[in-house]
Write a protein that binds this ligand. Structure first.
Ligand code: CA
Length: 414
């Protein structure tokens, strides 16, 4: 129990303690921990010397990114988590901390880390199969390598944007009646994904053994990997996604640690063929998360209509896990650094209504969605706002939430 009142169903109970970077209107970017509807200023907690002798670098929470904190390693993360649990549950600390608690609604949140490298994986077998069928109707939906290795590509970290950022409709080459033309995308889409953030670095030339993944991986957040499907379809062969994906990727504000998610670890799905030794672990690295996509149009908001849920899906049956993704991405000797991000790939389930993108939900526009304002959607229109939500746990009193992640489509320039 916390001395702070935590509303029922809050994504941020005492068992969560997610970290983020924000400011309280003073432009002093610093680290915060969310608790209920509030957030505690960690730079202030550090100044009050309330972390004790944890071994934190000086001023580690008074920075605009959590990278230095993440670099301090798992034993420090665990000690800080234990210390925060004590500070937020023992009422003797309330008088010292009350002045440093701010309502979440009063904070402007940025990206939780400076992301040096960003990899976009493709690890849902349902999504990869659906997309393969849509993009290559006459070929095999899954490429032969798909079941052997976690397929991914290096993305553009400079286009990562925080929660609430407007998404400008991108321009690119696309085919219209078989003719390539340049213009704004007519197929602006979302991808519901879960991001994994690297804590501690590795050394170039030294792969991370999968058994050590837990030492290197800090935690998870929500990711919306905005996509221009027509641009993507024109450019993706032979080298993969480029401009169809690199114009914007939204990342949620609060990093939820793997320690907070530990009660929701589950064995991953069985893999056929069995993965290579470097991708094999007996540790359960799948996570039983529930994920949702919500949509509202500008007209719905003007009429006071609430957003509608267009997809509900689960994360537990992802084919490749974060540990396998990390082992794979470093097996050639590539190094990771604190704050590196890898996105899971679009999370889609096996059943209708559980797809994590519009191209799947609408069968590439053949079956448009109808919104409460009477309009239909194959892909996103100007003013549309997409909100992702995710959490672990079926009991609203104890669920561990990833929070939410929104973006609104704005018109692009030619
Ligand atoms: Ca993606």
């Amino acid at each position: 129990m916390s001395w702070i009142e935590i509303p029922a169903g809050s994504p941020f109970p005492l068992g969560n303690l997610p970290l983020g970077i924000g400011h309280s209107g003073d432009d002093r970017w610093r680290a915060w921990v969310a608790i209920g509807d509030m957030a505690l200023d960690l730079a202030a907690v550090e100044q009050l010397r309330l972390f004790g002798s944890v071994g934190l670098p000086d001023g580690v929470f008074a920075q605009a990114g959590l990278n230095r904190y993440l670099a301090s390693g798992r034993s420090v993360w665990r000690t800080v988590r234990e210390r925060l649990t004590v500070l937020l549950s023992d009422a003797q600390y309330a008088p010292s901390l009350n002045d440093h608690l701010h309502p979440l609604t009063a904070l402007e949140m940025g990206l939780p880390v400076w992301v040096g490298d960003y990899v976009d994986f493709y690890s849902s077998i349902h999504h990869a199969t659906n997309l393969g069928r849509l993009f290559r109707p006459d070929g095999e939906a899954l490429m032969p390598s798909w079941r052997r290795i976690p397929i991914g590509y290096h993305g553009r970290s400079g286009s990562l944007v925080p929660d609430g950022t407007e998404i400008v409709r991108p321009t690119g080459y696309r085919l219209v009646d078989g003719e390539p033309i340049v213009g704004p995308t007519a197929a602006l889409d979302i991808e519901l994904e879960v991001g994994t953030v690297v804590g501690t670095a590795s050394t170039l030339g030294h792969p991370i053994p999968i058994a050590e993944a837990g030492e290197h991986l800090y935690g998870m957040c929500l990711v919306n990997d905005w996509s221009a499907r027509d641009v993507q379809a024109y450019e993706y062969q032979p080298l993969g996604p480029f401009l169809g994906k690199s114009f914007a990727t939204s990342m949620s504000a609060w990093l939820v640690s793997f320690d907070a998610l530990a009660p929701f670890r589950v064995p991953s799905v069985s893999q056929d063929p069995p993965p290579a030794a470097y991708l094999t672990t007996s540790e359960p690295w799948a996570f039983d998360l529930h994920l949702e996509v919500w949509l509202d149009s500008a007209a719905m908001r003007a009429a006071g209509e609430p957003p509608v849920c267009i997809s509900r899906t689960g994360f537990a049956d992802m084919y490749w896990t974060p540990a396998q993704q990390l082992a794979h991405l470093t097996v050639n000797g590539a190094a990771v650094r604190p704050g590196d991000l890898f996105a899971s790939g679009t999370v889609s389930g096996a059943t209708p209504g559980s797809e994590g993108s519009l191209i799947e939900l609408t069968r590439r526009g053949a079956r448009p969605l109808t919104l409460p304002d009477g309009t239909t959607r194959s892909f996103l229109l100007e003013g549309d706002r997409v909100t992702l939500r995710g959490w672990a746990g079926s009991d609203p009193a104890t669920r561990i939430g990833l929070g939410s992640l929104s973006g609104t489509v704005s018109p692009g320039g030619e």
